[in-house]
Design a protein around this ligand. Structure first.
Ligand SMILES: [Zn+2]
Length: 385
């Protein structure tokens, strides 16, 4: 970046500084980028130069070459000590979304200053975190600037076949821990007057471009090739047994209201109990409780838990596994109040099954295997809707 100067008489050494500025006027708030000392020969004109800066503040539109900025040299004209140069710069100025699933299209824009429309801007995407070590993302992908100096770049992570196969293999083995996020850094590169300028998304406040917890969960559905839920369908964890997933977010199609309805239908249900060979009528007491052994499961957890069905309704928030807890009732036996523990398989499981059936399809299971209701192997009632 050349500048010219003219020495009248003998000046000795002169300090010349390079500043970046939001306007074409020098003032003390302008940031100095470089400094040099020149010693003009008396009564001559000559040129000198600064290296063109490669990183400028986004709002710096001008470079100012200022001789003797502190006015230490007395001159006939103090007002001709500055040369203004339009700054050349590239900055990433927009990002369509910070979080995503791999099939989403991500759009970035770079603004180039000091170059003609149609200038080539080269984009490179680098995988980070769960995308680190996956090759094949765009490298030096060419776009051009429009009349406003803006170059627009779009990419869809799953257009990279290496990522697709990585997701369908490495991330579908089942896990009891949350998946790490897919993340990217993106750089844009331009060459102006022989100088290469680069801008990185990670050097802006637009990013980071990294999956949030909701999209880490949604990504699992893509990985298992099952329908990906909308972001709006992912809710904060309902806690306890409702969420047996790996995240603080989950799906729920009425898990809590269905559970409460089942509990209400279970309590007060008429049952018979046998004492000393005689049957007595009683009801499931109001303090009877039901443990949720499983509710929502994210696909990775569902696989890790031994389910053979990636599309199990547990992964949609539309199934509960419920187990009755031991409870006792007081029965009048020959006029004497007698405490009787209600039998688990003979009484409690069938009562729970009857209550669950009113909310959807229900069956008794021993682990992942269906068994007849009342069978001593059952360890929960699965209900789905
Ligand atoms: Zn189940």
């Amino acid at each position: 970046m050349e500048y010219g100067y003219q020495a009248t008489g003998s000046l000795g050494s002169v300090t010349v500084k390079l500043y970046q500025s939001v306007n074409a006027t020098f003032d003390p708030t302008d940031q100095m980028l470089d400094s040099q000392t020149i010693t003009p020969a008396p009564n001559t004109s000559a040129t000198a130069s600064f290296a063109r800066p490669t990183q400028l503040a986004p709002d710096s539109r001008y470079l100012l070459v200022v001789a003797d900025p502190l006015n230490t040299i007395s001159e006939a004209n103090e007002n001709n000590n500055m040369q203004v140069v339009a700054a050349t710069s590239i900055n990433i100025t927009s990002l369509s979304e910070r979080t995503f699933v791999s099939t989403d299209e991500i759009e970035l824009r770079a603004t180039v200053r000091g170059a003609q429309p149609g200038t080539r801007v080269l984009w490179t995407v680098e995988g980070k975190d769960a995308a680190a070590n996956v090759a094949g993302f765009p490298t030096d992908f060419v776009t051009t600037t429009d009349d406003a100096g803006v170059a627009t770049f779009r990419f869809t992570p799953s257009n990279n076949p290496n990522l697709v196969s990585d997701r369908h293999t490495r991330w579908t083995r089942g896990s009891y821990a949350a998946n790490r996020p897919l993340a990217f850094d993106v750089t844009a590169k331009v060459t102006i007057d022989g100088t290469e300028l680069t801008a990185g998304l990670s050097r802006t406040s637009l990013g980071p471009l990294s999956q949030d917890e909701t999209d880490r969960l949604r990504q699992e559905y893509y990985d298992y090739r099952i329908p990906v839920p909308e972001r709006a369908d992912v809710i904060s964890s309902l806690g306890g047994g409702y969420n047996r997933g790996n995240y603080r977010v989950q799906l729920s199609d009425g898990l809590d209201t269905r559970y409460k309805a089942i509990l209400t239908a279970y309590r007060g249900q008429a049952v018979t109990v046998t004492v000393n060979g005689r049957q007595y009528d009683t009801t499931i007491p109001a303090d009877a409780s039901i443990t949720i052994t499983s509710g929502y499961r994210c696909p990775q957890r569902n696989k890790a838990a031994g389910s053979l069905y990636p599309n199990s309704l547990h992964t949609r928030g539309r199934a509960l596994d419920l187990a009755p807890n031991p409870v006792s009732v007081t029965i009048n036996v020959n006029g004497r109040p007698t405490r009787v523990v209600l039998p688990l398989h003979q009484t409690l499981y069938p009562a729970l099954y009857a209550a669950a059936r009113r909310q959807g399809r229900a069956l008794a299971e021993a682990g992942n295997d269906p068994v007849p209701v009342g069978d001593t192997r059952e360890n929960h009632i699965h209900v789905q809707w």
